[in-house]
Each structure stands twice: as C-alpha cells, then as structure tokens.
Design a protein around this ligand. Structure first.
Ligand code: SF4
Length: 474
C-alpha cells in the first residue's frame, strides 16, 4: 500500500472548504465541518494520514514534511478553492517531484478535463464516488485499470476511464470516526448552532429531491438515498461514545436524513437507548408523528433548507415543497421542542425585491431558532449553472463564487435584480430577523442560563460584525 496523505489544503483564514461543507466559503462565524469525504477513503487505506489544514490553522510549512514523506497525496478541492488548491499541489510537487497527486471533489467530478488542463501538477482526478478508486490507486494499480479516474498518459493526452459502478453496499465502508480519532482534534470543529464539541458523519448518500442549485446529489451522491444498515450506524455511534466521551452532540450530515422515515425512526429508537443527543438535516415535510418519535429519542435540532418564502421560487428550483406544509412542520417542531436552524438562499431564479421581502417576512413568521442566509451559487454540474449560462444570468468571465478573502459573492443577476441588490439583501435579512425584541430576548435568555453559551454567543457576535465589515469592504 502506498504511503498516502489526504489533504484539505491550507486556504483563506476561516475558510470552510472541507469535504462536508455545502457552500465552500468563509462563514459569518468561524465554522468547520468534519472532512468526511476525505476521511472515508482514508479509512480504507491502512497507515494513511489525513490533514485538515484550515481548522487546525496549518500552513504549507506544516504540510510539506508530511507530503514529502508521502508517495500519494489526495487533495479535496472545490470550485471556489480550485485555483488555490492547484498552487498547493504545485508546491507539493516542487518539494517532492516523485509524489503522485490526485484530486477529489464535486468540481473535478464534473469538470475532469478542464481540471487537468488547468492543474498541471495534478496526475489524476477521481470522478463519481471515489472511495474505492483511491484505494485501488494506493494499492499500486496502473491508472489504465482504475475505473472512475481521468489522467494524463505518458504522451500528455488526457484519458477518461469508464465510470465506477455506484456503491450499493454502504456497510462496506469502514467507520470514518476511526480516522477522526487518529488524525483530528474534535475541538477544532465548530458549527454555530450545534453543541460543542460535536461529531458529524454520514449514514447514507444521495437525496431523493432534485433541487436545481444543490451540489452534492447532482455531482457525487446521486438521487437515490443509499443507506447503511441501522446496526452498522449504531455500532459506530457506540464506538464514538467510547472514543469521544467529551462529545455533546452527534450530527447526521446525510443530505436528507428524513428521506427514509421508518429508518430514521429505527435509528432514533436505538439512539434513545444510548442516551445520545443528536441532530440532522431534514426537509420541511416530516410528519408530526415521526417528529415525535425522533424528539422522544434525543433529537435536539433539525437543519432545514427552506430556501425561500415564495412559492413560485420553490417551484422554479424544483424544491418539491409547499409553503403551508413548511409552516405546519415548523409549528410541529416548536410544539415538540425541536430547535431549527433554517437556511435561506437569496438570488434564486424568480427573485425580486418583493420576493426578498416576502422571504424575510416568512422567516420572521415561522421563527427558526437560528438562520443562515446564503447567496445563490451556481456550481458547475448543477441544473442552476446550465440554466444561468443559458439565460445570461451568469457572466462566465466573472463566475467566481467567493472573493479574495473567501467570502461568498453574488454571481447571478437578473433583468430586474442586480448583483448588488442580491448581495445587500443578505445583511438586511440578518438584521430584520435577529434585531427584533423577542429574538434578542430569547438569545439573552439562552446566554444567562449557561456561562458557556454566554462566552460563545459573545465571540460569535464579534465575529459576525467582523464578517459584515469584510462584506462591506468587498
Ligand atoms: S432536499 Fe436538500 S439535499 Fe436534497 S436536493 Fe434539495 S437542497 Fe439538496
């Protein structure tokens, strides 16, 4: 087996480009997801090492000793970070010319040829699901015999091998938490709305929905929810409890953990027996009866993508969601004591100043505990990207998704709505949502009840204002 280094490269200060993040950017408050997509192949390769540079505050000087000792380096990249990641690959190759460098991630999965053309130091990119692809390369198999990669042959020509068969037996994947324990410091991973420290992992891949903007199901995961067995998940949870006794919350990062309701309930019942506090991604259509079972078995919070408060926009993005269903779901969660972190997107097709106002009012009405407001980001490989190019909403020459500091910018514009209006809408949204007397009171109450929360919310408040200042400067 080749000596293999898995790397989330050094990047902008506070850049959450990690393998679990959906929008690779610097956040309003310092946040990092666990690098689950890197940890999964790392778990298949004995003796490998995983370095997640941004949360650990590591620079190239820290990384090079490890890449110099490696025979194979696998870099996770993304559309926003690609140019930076190629520079990292070049520095690694300059220091260790014999090393083989491969890239993984949604960007190279859908733009294999362009990525190799723009990334001279990169020897191959892995498309589709890449776990066993990387394992075969680490075993020393010739590139020509490895399904699912694109590479440069000895003449310099780019070769695309046939696609890898999609993984069906999800229990064949070893536990990512073994790699977390071996290589990461769990206290480095913060998410504003999760208890700290937390651990996150996947219990399945793929999402049944077809939201036009959504990155992972349209690039790597697909639209069938392929799942690990309940027993496999619970065995890993037991192990996590032993290995990370300081864990306060477990997060299931599956695109939509509630896509399979009987399974979600079965996992919840086992978690209830273990006394685990947990949270997950959910669509705003989970029936009350299921919510009740989840809540009675340790569910603390749901991360819910509402996206917009305008029904036509939800139709435009194929969300498959009715506003009144989302309202009832949110009311049920409030009644049952389930907290919600609601996520919204400004600048989706059909957006106007009026729909922005409507979405802000909707958010205030349903009142999730916390919110995140993102800018519509047309990632290559998504339906939204093709649609934006076709309709002239995206200027290809200026299609960057983040600025020089890693902060999200508004790449889309419409005949009646400019980049600037969409960009400025985010700050208006946050101010109108959080600067309300009842919201301020509920945050103060939370802080008064817990000294740890007091410290945390004060730090987050300072970071939030710094973030707004940086946005103004952008
Ligand atoms: S439901 Fe969520 S995860 Fe699934 S496609 Fe839509 S946005 Fe993506």
């Amino acid at each position: 087996m080749m000596k293999t280094l898995f790397l989330q490269p050094p990047s902008f200060d506070g850049f959450d480009g990690g393998a679990g993040s959906r929008y690779q950017a610097k956040r309003e408050i310092r946040s990092f997801w666990f690098p689950t997509w890197l940890a999964q192949p790392a778990a298949l390769i004995p003796g490998s090492k995983l370095i997640d540079a941004p949360p650990a505050n590591l620079g190239m000087a820290d990384v090079l000793p490890h890449s110099n000792a490696a025979e194979l380096v696998i870099i996770h990249t993304s559309t926003p970070s690609f140019a930076n990641d190629v520079k990292v690959a070049a520095a690694i190759k300059a220091s260790n010319p014999r090393v083989i460098i491969g890239m993984i991630g949604a960007k190279v999965a859908v733009q294999a040829k362009e990525s190799l053309e723009q990334g001279a130091p990169v020897d191959f990119v892995a498309r589709n699901e890449f776990d066993f692809t990387i394992k075969e390369i680490a075993e020393g198999r010739a590139f020509a015999e490895v399904d699912g990669i694109s590479y440069r042959d000895e003449t310099g020509a780019i070769v695309h091998n046939k696609d890898r068969t999609i993984l069906e037996d999800m229990d064949s994947l070893p536990f990512v938490s073994d790699v977390y324990k071996r290589d990461l410091r769990m206290e480095d991973y913060f998410i504003g709305y999760l208890l700290h420290p937390y651990v996150s992992l996947y219990t399945g891949r793929g999402c049944k929905s077809r939201c036009t903007f959504c990155l992972w199901p349209q690039t790597v995961g697909g639209h069938r929810y392929r799942t690990r067995s309940v027993e496999h998940v619970i065995a890993e949870v037991r192990q996590i409890k032993r290995d990370f006794p300081q864990m306060k919350e477990l997060f299931f990062d599956d695109d939509t953990f509630t896509d399979n309701l009987p399974r979600a309930e079965a996992i919840a019942r086992e978690l209830g027996k273990l006394g685990v506090t947990w949270s997950c991604n959910a669509k705003a259509n989970v029936p009350r009866d299921t919510l009740k079972v989840l809540r009675e078995n340790g569910l603390r919070l749901l991360l819910v993508g509402y996206e917009s408060g305008n029904q036509q926009i939800l139709h435009n993005i194929k969300k498959g969601m009715r506003i009144e269903v989302a309202r009832q779901f949110t009311k049920d969660c409030h009644d049952l004591g389930i907290k919600i972190h609601g996520t919204f997107i400004l600048g989706l097709p059909g957006e106007t100043q009026e729909t922005i106002r409507e979405t802000i009012q909707f958010a205030k009405d349903i009142n999730p505990h916390t919110i995140q407001v993102s800018l519509a980001a047309p990632y290559p490989g998504t339906f939204l990207y093709d649609q934006a190019v076709e309709n002239g909403w995206l200027d290809i020459a200026n299609a960057e998704l983040i600025d020089d500091h890693g902060i999200q910018i508004a790449p889309l514009h419409y005949p009646n709505l400019s980049h600037t209006e969409i960009f400025e809408g985010v700050e208006v949204f946050y101010r109108k949502f959080y600067f309300r007397a009842p919201k301020i009171m509920s945050i103060l109450n939370e802080m008064v009840r817990s000294p740890q929360m007091m410290k945390r919310r004060l730090r987050e408040g300072v970071e939030f204002y710094q973030f707004l200042r940086e946005r103004h400067a952008a």
